[in-house]
Design a protein around this ligand. Structure first.
Ligand SMILES: Cc1cc2nc3c(=O)[nH]c(=O)nc-3n(C[C@H](O)[C@H](O)[C@H](O)COP(=O)(O)O)c2cc1C
Length: 209
């Protein structure tokens, strides 16, 4: 099956060769990320794209010197909302109404369900909830990139507070959660290029009840 071929082809690349991902493939990857599922469909995040070499060089020390940061074609920085505000819920209701040709008043129950669920969460819990939606988008991005034969490295290995400061994320009501380096594997220098995948056996991972 092609999905298994794609997921077997991908791995977390340790060295990239600096080659650029074509605009066509990049656009498709961004479409796939846009189509990610999220709680209530709220997509409580923004994704910053970095192609500029100087900015990548500033990010590299924040990411413990990982070489993929500067060897990538692009970095996608996934930043989650710090909280879920009423204004953000209203903006989403407007988007639904516009997209589906509905009246805002028909969405009262849905708005109430989102607001009600958020009311029981502290600001920190709302941010954590938003973080979880980012991880889903990342999973989708990894699978879509594999299908497109774009190499990737998902990264938690960086200091979020420092990246937030560099990018001025606090002022935007955001905090960085994950970085996705995209590009092309450097077969000559990447020690992981031909290494077998290690996964928990299916017989342990899945339990028939
Ligand atoms: C959330 C997350 C964070 C990760 N952070 C890093 C990272 O900072 N640097 C890195 O080289 N790999 C990172 N990885 C890659 C994992 O180590 C890798 O996905 C795992 O070992 C499985 O191997 P595979 O993806 O190559 O199949 C991360 C993966 C995930 C899902």
């Amino acid at each position: 099956m092609s999905i298994i071929n794609s997921l077997s082809w991908r791995y977390a690349v340790k060295r990239m060769n600096g080659n650029k991902v074509s605009q066509d493939k990049l656009d498709t990857l961004l479409d796939a990320i846009t189509l990610s599922a999220s709680g209530f469909g709220l997509q409580p995040y923004q994704i910053f794209m970095v192609e500029d070499a100087d900015l990548k060089a500033k990010i590299q020390p924040i990411a413990y010197g990982q070489p993929q940061i500067v060897e990538s074609s692009h970095l996608l920085i996934f930043a989650a909302w710090n909280e879920v505000t009423e204004a953000q819920i209203d903006a989403y209701m407007n988007l639904i109404a516009e997209t589906r040709g509905m009246s805002i008043s028909d969405l009262g129950d849905f708005k109430g369900a989102i607001a009600g669920s958020m009311k029981y969460k502290s600001k920190e819990q709302q941010a954590e909830w938003a973080d979880r939606q980012v991880y889903l988008a990342m999973g989708n991005a990894l699978a879509a990139a594999a299908e497109l034969r774009i190499d990737t490295t998902p990264m938690e290995g960086f200091i979020p507070a420092k990246l937030d400061e560099l990018l001025g994320l606090e002022a935007k009501g955001l905090h960085s959660v994950l970085i996705l380096a995209i590009g092309e594997r450097d077969e000559a220098t990447d020690y992981m290029v031909n290494v077998k995948k290690v996964r928990t056996p299916k017989s342990e991972l899945f339990v028939q009840l």
